[in-house]
Ligand binder design. Structure first.
Ligand code: NDP
Length: 334
């Protein structure tokens, strides 16, 4: 129906569930096209890579096969349904939606979308695809999951990762004392350059012992734990009386079930958030997407891109990400 959208496209497909990488395929598939009047098709410029895709591939989170991964992208509106009011063909956008690791993605006008200016550069499109999901995650984790106050001690794991480097910067802006945990000296130096105050090398040091030294045996006010299974017990031990444990990822595997009375010796709070719950209401999306835009456009928040890979190299990219070889954000050029 529309000449801008070709009939066939390249995409990444998972054709099985596996801890390994062999189920990741680069394929030619049908291009999506508008079927309902409120839909539009985006020609993707860049797509952000996120750790969550590993959970779908490994079966930690359920998904239907064949699975087209992706959570965020930027690009250009290529086709619009007749009831779409606020977007036209040619508009530049950044958005949160599944199935972005393809040349084209079909979304709805009501999805979380940011309209960029007509003269947004290719570099802007890349920055928005790189920063959107992880910045919104970091912003909501420190304002909603636990509202971080000036002077609080905050434990951050994977502090040189995509979300981690953003947490370091945003926590510094709040005047918190960030204790970064990373697996290498180089990663810890990067976390410090981004605002972390203290560093713990998880390969060489005892995390709980170091936290107690740094906090005068009190423990931290809040811990942001995206590692899950491998760190949960240490994280509980590192919290201070009335502290908060924000468990927001499973990089090492899911946290095993626990008895809630594990929280009572220190009157702890435990929260297990996902970004979408903080941006479901249009008002929340408006507020947080505006905050993201102003932080990025003003240069106050630095989005560190580790590498930009061609779409076909997604498999290589995630081997590096899951192999703990990366810092900052990995981006695909669709
Ligand atoms: P990162 O760039 O942070 O990469 C993951 C990092 O985790 C690694 O670099 C590594 O850092 C650390 N890590 C520790 N143990 C392991 C392990 N066993 N296997 C692999 N990595 C390990 O990824 P993202 O920024 O994309 O995501 C960070 C975390 O945040 C993920 O857990 C992700 O699922 C979560 N997340 C949650 C969201 C939510 O809404 N709840 C939204 C977005 C992200 P090091 O070597 O220094 O330990």
């Amino acid at each position: 129906s529309n000449s801008i959208v070709s009939k066939q496209q390249s995409a990444i497909i998972f054709d099985g569930i596996s801890d390994g990488y062999d189920v990741i395929k680069y394929k030619t598939i049908q291009t999506p096209t508008v079927e309902n009047s409120n839909e539009m098709v985006i020609k993707n410029s860049y797509s952000g890579i996120n750790f969550i895709e590993a959970y779908f591939r490994k079966g930690i989170y359920p998904c239907e096969l064949p699975y087209l991964p992706g959570r965020e992208a930027s690009g250009i509106v290529a086709e619009v349904g007749k009831d779409v009011k606020n977007f036209q063909i040619g508009d530049k956008v950044a958005y949160l939606h599944g199935e972005t690791m393809a040349e084209f993605t079909k979304i709805k006008e009501t999805d979380p979308i940011i309209k960029l200016s007509k003269d947004a550069s290719d570099e802007n499109l890349k920055l928005y695809a790189a920063g959107l999901l992880q910045s919104l995650t970091a912003i909501t984790l420190i304002n909603e999951a636990h509202e971080v106050k000036k002077g609080e001690y905050v434990l951050v794991y994977a502090a040189a990762g995509g979300v981690g480097l953003l947490l370091d910067q945003l926590l510094k802006m709040k005047g918190a004392h960030t204790i970064a945990v990373c697996s290498t000296k180089e990663k810890l130096e990067l976390a410090k350059a981004n605002g972390a105050e203290f560093s713990i090398n998880s390969k060489e040091e005892n995390v709980v012992q170091r936290v107690m030294e740094i906090t005068n045996n009190k423990g931290v006010d809040v811990a942001y734990d995206s590692i899950g299974k491998a760190t949960f017990e240490d994280t509980l031990a590192a919290l201070k009386l009335k502290g908060s444990l924000v468990s927001f990822g499973n990089a090492s595997g899911p946290v095993p079930p626990l008895l809630i009375n594990r929280l009572s010796p220190k009157n702890l709070k435990l929260v297990r958030p996902q970004l979408y719950g903080y941006i479901t209401n249009p008002e929340d999306w408006e507020k947080y997407s505006k905050e993201f835009q102003s932080l990025v456009d003003s240069g106050k928040l630095n989005i560190k891109i580790f590498k930009t890979y061609p779409l076909k190299d997604y498999k290589i990219a995630v081997q590096e990400l899951e192999g703990r070889k990366t810092t900052g954000k990995l981006v695909l050029k669709n």
